[in-house]
Write a protein that binds this ligand. Structure first.
Ligand code: GUN
Length: 171
């Protein structure tokens, strides 16, 4: 995997998409459609360009991106069927160590949130922890769908930024 900006700037469309496709969950189109803008001057510009691609996509595509995220402490997590990144993100918030009661609480709120908005609850798990996530779920479920869509995209940008930082970390 490339781990410098110079290497990333030198990749062809397919290799660029392979290297950065995972930054947006199950949505390599974000990287692919950003590729023509290279070379990127710095990592900030690369991240901004990726986010602009996401923001410029049609609403249906943004919704599909949001819906590509697994529930926090959801069924896929219980079955160990998450992507590597998602597994790490959920673990970093302590969601892999919930009591049966806590798990039931998450599942109830996940279902209520999905039922209300038609997309899963998105928060950047690595910048949070289980009690803050539960509190945010309870608070945000009262918001408008428009507001939650905007919040979800903002959280997805934070998730992508941290994944990009990981990619570029000296190994
Ligand atoms: N669903 C809600 N939050 C997150 C997150 O931080 N990472 C992933 N992969 N899925 C989520």
């Amino acid at each position: 995997m490339p781990n410098t900006l110079a290497e990333i700037n030198s990749l062809d469309r397919g290799a660029f998409t392979a290297a950065l496709g995972h930054l947006f969950e199950h949505s390599p189109w974000v990287a692919e459609e950003t590729w023509p803008q290279r070379p990127f001057r710095d990592v900030t510009q690369l991240q901004a360009a990726l986010c602009a691609t996401m923001r410029g996509a049609p609403r249906e595509r943004q919704l599909a991106l949001i819906r590509a995220h697994p529930d926090l402490a959801g069924r896929l997590a219980q079955q160990n069927k998450l992507t590597l990144e998602s597994t790490r993100e959920q673990a970093s918030a302590g969601l892999n160590q919930l009591s049966a009661e806590e798990l039931a609480g998450f599942q109830k709120l996940n279902a209520a949130y999905l039922g209300r908005f038609g997309f899963p609850f998105i928060i950047c798990a690595r910048l949070s922890n289980k009690s803050a996530i539960l509190a945010a779920m309870q608070a945000r479920i009262g918001n408008s769908a428009e507001g939650e869509l905007a919040t979800a995209l903002g959280e997805i940008e934070k998730i992508a930024q941290l994944r990009l930082n990981d990619l570029l970390k000296p190994k």
